[in-house]
Design a protein around this ligand. Structure first.
Ligand code: IPM
Ligand code: MG
Length: 350
């Protein structure tokens, strides 16, 4: 099997280096090939998603992705900005289902901004639709109307798009606590009204899974009030973007959370939820665990190596138990280590 390794910008290279070390240590036979993406793609080929990088990603069985973005490129026209690389990959590869788990490792409950008892044992999965919604809807633009400029975007979802992401959520719930909460803004938006109708209809095929609905504003509140009420949350692209960042903070560190973006056949792109963190890039202090756990998800979902995935997850748990922490999750009584040392520890635990 072949993995496209796209480290990207900022801390991307440092954390992905640790993830590929971990994969090599497992001894699973796969080819890993690197290519530039994001700002690095722009530097190499004048395009955040160079044609050769896209070709490699299309040929590969899975993509291991670091992070993109750097303030240096903020003034470029939108088409050349690093974010276009990840949006382009999602669209070109048909990665419509984004799985964003938020779990609180017992040892890290104290690192959350919330009281430990509210988050201890938390285990939720956000299933975010990733190739539709206002992110990709047409028309969009900035136009002049009667001498005044206005910006506009189009929120839209087709019935099949809603149905297929609902199915992913119901299937995932079957392997968990069998509860799905569908999040929308059906009290205001037509798109959400259709969303709610279609998700409800699809739930008839999953009678063993309990479905509830929640407005997105309430969900944002419930996530910090009583996050353990949730099992699987399914939502659209925009709401999922926002809620998954919020959920990540429940865990104490965005540096811990992996994600998977899957197509209809199990091919996927795996990336940490966090960004490129340009402020700490090159300092050797970034947390590589989200990247390492993303590699574990890749082994499970795309490379058909679930045992290897479990080994990686157990190694990470063991390292945390031993008290090692990168700066972002460091609490009194633990030992602060850098990116490389954290990688060393996971490799040793394997
Ligand atoms: C994410 C990011 C992206 C998004 C950006 C970088 C385009 O925030 O993966 O959540 O908005 O989807
Ligand atoms: Mg986001």
């Amino acid at each position: 099997m072949k993995v496209a390794v796209l480290a990207g910008d900022g801390i991307g290279a440092e954390i992905i280096a640790q993830a590929t070390r971990v994969i090599r240590k497992l001894g699973v036979s796969l080819e890993m090939q690197e290519a530039p993406v994001g700002g690095a793609g722009y530097e190499a080929a004048g395009d955040p998603l160079p044609a050769a990088t896209l070709k490699l990603a299309k040929e590969a069985d899975a993509v291991l992705f670091g992070a993109v973005g750097d303030p240096r490129y903020d003034t470029l026209e939108r088409a050349k900005r690093p974010e276009q690389a990840i949006l382009g990959l999602r669209k070109e590869l048909g990665l419509f289902a984004n799985l964003r788990p938020a779990q609180v490792h017992a040892e890290l409950a104290g690192a959350s901004a919330l009281k430990a008892e509210i988050v201890a044992g938390l285990d939720i999965l956000i299933v975010r639709e990733l190739t539709g919604d206002i992110y990709f809807g047409q028309p969009r633009g900035i136009r002049e109307v009667g001498g005044t400029r206005e910006g506009f975007d189009t929120m839209r979802y087709s019935e099949p798009e809603i149905r297929r992401i609902a199915r992913v959520a119901f299937e995932a719930a079957r392997k968990r606590a069998k509860r799905v909460c569908s999040v929308d803004k059906a009290n205001v938006l037509e798109t959400s009204q259709l969303w709610r109708e279609v998700v409800s209809d699809e739930s008839k095929n999953y009678k063993d899974v309990e479905l509830s609905h929640m407005y997105v504003d309430n969900c944002a509140m419930q996530l910090v009030r009583a996050p353990k009420q949730f099992d699987v949350i399914v939502t659209g692209n925009l709401f999922g973007d926002i809620l998954s960042d919020e959920a990540s903070m429940l865990t104490g560190s965005i540096g811990m959370l992996p994600s998977a973006s899957l197509d209809e056949r199990g091919k996927g792109l795996y990336e940490p939820i966090h960004g490129s963190a340009p402020d700490i890039a090159g300092k050797g202090i970034a947390n590589p665990l989200a990247a390492i756990l993303s590699a574990a998800m890749m082994l499970r979902y795309s490379l058909r190596a679930p045992e290897a995935a479990v080994r990686v997850e157990k190694a990470v748990a063991k390292v945390l138990q031993s008290g090692l922490r990168t700066a972002d999750i460091c609490t009194p009584g633990t030992r602060k280590v850098g990116t490389q040392e954290m990688g060393n520890a996971v490799v040793a635990a394997l």
